[in-house]
Design a protein around this ligand. Structure first.
Ligand code: SF4
Length: 391
């Protein structure tokens, strides 16, 4: 039985700013647990890591985890903590070997190192910190007014990182790539080249990708993946067709579909973030993928809070709930899919604090982005037009 969360015993996550956090579900603005200016070999057993392990072992949790995971669970959602504890349950024993002061003797097993914020999409739920495509519009969006924006990459050319990788190469078994867009990042390809050169093609590669392209410079990622024993893709698609295009600026359904068919053997599950932009057509999205024999995993959006589905009006919540109920009756969904849908529907039907304030933020942000993108929220979501006009 895992106490709290398994990640502090197996995982190292370096974000796009070169800060280390317990995992990618912790907001990048939180106090980091370390930074790229420190030798990476010291991070996994630094004081902050040791304290976190002791806290979990004593039945408590760090505040950042409470917000990122425990609050989601309390509202009926499935948290990252629950998912990783299921996925990495076999490493539970490592908790028993924790030294008294919180250090561990094992090396990380699971790496999530971000090779920067280069991306060709400008998703509304994202921003310039994680996507370079936002840079040119930063000054036109109030939310990003004081936001520094620059290409970041603290690992691709860091000798410290590559030396460390060499040191832990026998223990590290799982790599997670996300962005930015990992299929457009030099560091990602450098790591695959390194794995191939070091005969480490028996590791598991997992990706969150927008699947907008399968080639980069001289690389053909489809050919490259054939060298590895285990590749799992979690393509990101939020909502069906027009709704996805609206929320994920630069998304093109036809390109996505063409690439999806090509790499289908690697597609484990589609990852769909459930926000105001996507939830109305999430049932259609689930049906589309189910017909291709692909599962859809719904991630409940927790940030930015002003795009949270709990902000939707009651009549729309009822309509969406009915749509999901119909979907459950019509489609042969497995138990995990049903639990995942139910937890999101339960979350949807909760109330949210500071509703008026958040809705104003939503409308301001959305109107500014609509102006930049020459799009219209009310035309894309006619069923929400009346509600939107009254905000
Ligand atoms: S409890 Fe949640 S936020 Fe904390 S490390 Fe685990 S998965 Fe990440």
């Amino acid at each position: 039985m895992i106490k709290g969360c398994i990640l502090p015993w197996i995982h190292l996550h370096g974000d796009v700013k070169g800060n280390y956090h317990l995992c990618c579900h912790i907001p990048p603005s939180s106090n980091p647990i370390g930074n790229h200016t420190e030798p990476i070999s010291t991070i996994f057993n630094n004081d902050a890591y040791k304290e976190v392990r002791k806290l979990f072992l004593s039945g408590k949790a760090p505040d950042v985890c409470k917000k990122a995971c425990y609050d989601v669970e309390a509202l009926g959602g499935e948290s990252n903590r629950q998912q990783v504890n299921k996925r990495f349950g076999k490493f539970a024993k490592l908790q028993d070997y924790t030294n008294k002061e919180g250090s561990v003797s094992n090396n990380p097993i699971y790496l999530d190192i971000r090779f920067g914020n280069k991306c060709n999409f400008k998703c509304r739920i994202c921003g310039p910190f994680a996507s370079s495509a936002w840079f040119k519009d930063v000054k036109k969006v109030t939310k990003f007014n004081n936001h520094p924006f620059q290409l970041e990459d603290y690992y691709t050319e860091s000798p410290d990182f590559w030396n460390y990788l060499n040191k832990i190469k026998d223990s590290v078994r799982h790599f997670y790539f996300a962005g930015g867009e990992p299929l457009l990042m030099d560091g990602h390809y450098k790591l695959l080249d390194w794995l191939i050169k070091n005969n480490k093609t028996d590791v598991e590669l997992t990706y969150n990708t927008n699947l907008s392209t399968l080639t980069y410079k001289s690389y053909d990622i489809f050919n490259m993946w054939q060298e590895f024993d285990s590749v799992k893709l979690w393509p990101s698609v939020d909502g069906y067709k027009d709704h996805c295009r609206y929320g994920r600026t630069n998304f093109d359904w036809n390109t996505f579909e063409k690439n999806l068919i090509k790499v289908k053997k690697y597609v484990d599950t589609v990852s769909s973030t459930v926000s105001i932009y996507s939830i109305l057509t999430t049932p259609e999205l689930i049906i589309y993928f189910k017909n291709l024999n692909i599962s859809t995993y719904l991630n409940t959006l927790d940030n930015p809070t002003f795009m949270d589905i709990r902000l939707l009006p009651k009549n729309i919540k009822i309509k969406i709930t009915k749509k999901f109920n119909l979907l459950k009756r019509k489609m042969p969904l497995n138990e995990d899919e049903i639990i995942n849908i139910d937890s999101n529907v339960k979350y949807l039907n909760n109330n949210i604090e500071n509703k008026e304030f958040l809705l104003k933020q939503f409308k301001q942000f959305n109107s500014e982005v609509d102006q930049i993108n020459k799009t219209s929220f009310t035309k894309t979501y006619p069923e929400l037009a009346e509600w939107y006009e009254t905000i």
